[in-house]
Design a protein around this ligand. Structure first.
Ligand code: PGA
Length: 249
């Protein structure tokens, strides 16, 4: 079912004390919208964050995971490990993972499979770079990222997938896609899904926008019919700003 979701990606921010502080500040905020609220602290603080928010309307999710169940992959974390501490949702394919950690469509397809086998929900990220947009190739780049990582899946798998369109040129840059640019791409993503899987799956898909979403622009972006929520970086690190975005619906 299509939902409103606002997910905060904390990236490489917040040690344990800072995680405790931000969570207690988040708990003091009031939610006035129907959006599902998620936060993605770093791996080492997931267990603590999960325990600290158990009674609250906040889901703690992971920023990443490995595709292997276990084995000789030093420094990695598996779906099973995440599940064993209560984590049910994982962000995969964030552009920073693709750019700095060499994640490819192929490795992401394996990660998506591993998450689904473990009954996890996936927030799958993709988006074009500035050069792609300047060359007018944004739609074909996005289409191939989606096809390469997801189009081997059975239709039923899409119940467990949320898509996050994040134009790389808008992430952490202060530059936001205009609400119209976001809407156009989200409509194109839905059309791409519909072509392969039919209208019902495409209409049901929750598609988030990410890239410099702030309290000041969230309402306008979220007002677009194909934008179902946001994946928030910088503004997720301040409780008040984050909830202003959550309440923008
Ligand atoms: P930003 O990050 O909101 O800081 O641009 C978005 C993201 O990377 O998900």
């Amino acid at each position: 079912m299509r939902k409103h979701i606002v997910a905060g990606n904390w990236k490489l921010n917040n040690n344990l004390n800072q995680t405790e502080t931000l969570i207690s500040e988040l708990k003091q905020q009031t939610k006035t919208s129907d959006a599902e609220v998620m936060i993605a602290p770093t791996f080492v603080n997931l267990w603590h964050a999960f325990q600290a928010t158990k009674q609250d309307d906040i889901e703690v999710i992971s920023q990443n995971m490995h595709f292997a169940e276990n084995g000789a992959y030093t420094g990695e974390i598996s779906a099973d490990m995440l599940k064993s501490i209560g984590i049910q949702t994982v962000i995969l394919g964030h552009s920073e993972r693709r750019a700095y950690f060499n994640e490819t469509d192929e490795s992401l397809a394996k990660k998506v499979d591993a998450a689904l086998v473990n009954n996890m929900r996936v927030i799958f990220c993709f988006g074009e770079e500035l050069a792609d947009r300047k060359a007018g190739k944004e739609a074909s780049v996005v289409e191939s990222q989606i096809k390469n990582a997801l189009f081997h899946l059975e239709p039923s798998a899409f119940k467990h997938i949320v898509l996050a369109y994040e134009p790389v040129w808008a992430i952490g840059t202060g530059e936001t896609a205009s609400p119209e640019q976001a809407q156009d791409m989200h409509a194109f993503i839905r059309k791409t899904l519909a072509t392969k899987y039919g209208n019902a799956i495409a209409d049901d898909m929750t598609i988030l926008y990410g890239g410099s979403v702030k309290p000041g622009n969230a309402k306008e972006i979220f007002s677009k019919p194909d934008v179902d929520g946001g994946l928030i970086g910088g503004a997720a690190l301040k409780a008040e700003d984050f909830y202003a975005i959550v309440n923008a619906f």
